[in-house]
Write a protein that binds this ligand. Structure first.
Ligand code: AMP
Length: 211
């Protein structure tokens, strides 16, 4: 079954996607990761996206939708949409794309996490510059300070995880992404999962929902 994972920044979408890929062989489409790869590759798309990302704003719908369409055209199945859609306009465009490509989404899983916890998770998050492995200064520190456990490269704080940007991202989430709850309730696909628990507990519930 293909699914949408959505929730505020720091809700655990990336962490849960990683487990779904490893254990169920699903394919992740993370628009945030795609943008970060484009920035690293210094493509035109990356340059455009960076302007918005560094400020904690959403990249315009037309850019995001075009990028997702390209990926879907590659014929992926059993997908996890991680961080997309993030606006109602994106959700509507996704519905159209799915019909066009004869694909369907079984569930839109909402990871629910209190605001205070989101702030702690985001300000403490560190990522590997090279392989993208994710750490947290308190709950999941690297074994050697500042060095990735997997590849040894430098571990840094994402530009958009700095305190001043986080505030904008959380506000942006409330205004634009939160209405997706209603959108997917109406579509009969909405399921909320308490994301304020250990990674494995959250994963077990998600697996039950999709199996
Ligand atoms: P993420 O890694 O999912 O937290 O995304 C990082 C940033 O990428 C967001 O704060 C946005 O600036 C941008 N972004 C990712 N996905 C989308 C999307 N679906 N729509 C608009 N902007 C996005």
């Amino acid at each position: 079954m293909s699914l949408i994972l959505f929730g505020a920044p720091g809700a655990g979408k990336g962490t849960q996607s990683e487990l779904l890929i490893k254990r169920l062989g699903m394919t992740q489409i993370s628009t945030g990761d795609l943008f970060r790869a484009a920035i690293k590759g210094q493509t035109d798309l990356g340059k455009k996206a960076q302007e918005y990302m560094d400020k904690g704003q959403l990249v315009p719908d037309s850019i995001v939708i075009g990028m997702v369409e390209e990926v879907l055209q590659k014929g992926v199945k059993e997908i996890i949409l991680d961080g997309f859609p993030r606006t109602v306009a994106q959700a509507q465009a996704l519905d159209e794309l799915l019909v066009k490509m004869n694909l369907s989404i079984g569930k839109a899983i909402f990871l629910e996490v209190p605001m205070k916890i989101l702030m702690d998770r985001l300000t403490g998050r560190r990522v590997c510059k090279n392989c993208g492995s994710v750490y947290h200064i308190v709950s999941k520190p690297t074994k050697m300070e500042g060095k990735c456990d997997s590849c040894g490269a430098e571990v840094i704080q994402r530009n958009d995880d700095k305190a001043e940007v986080i505030e904008t991202r959380l506000k942006t989430y409330e205004e634009f992404t939160s209405p997706l709850k209603e959108f997917y309730k109406k579509a009969g696909k909405f399921t909320a999962v308490d994301g304020n628990r250990g990674t494995e507990e959250v994963y077990t519930e998600i697996e039950k929902i999709i199996k």
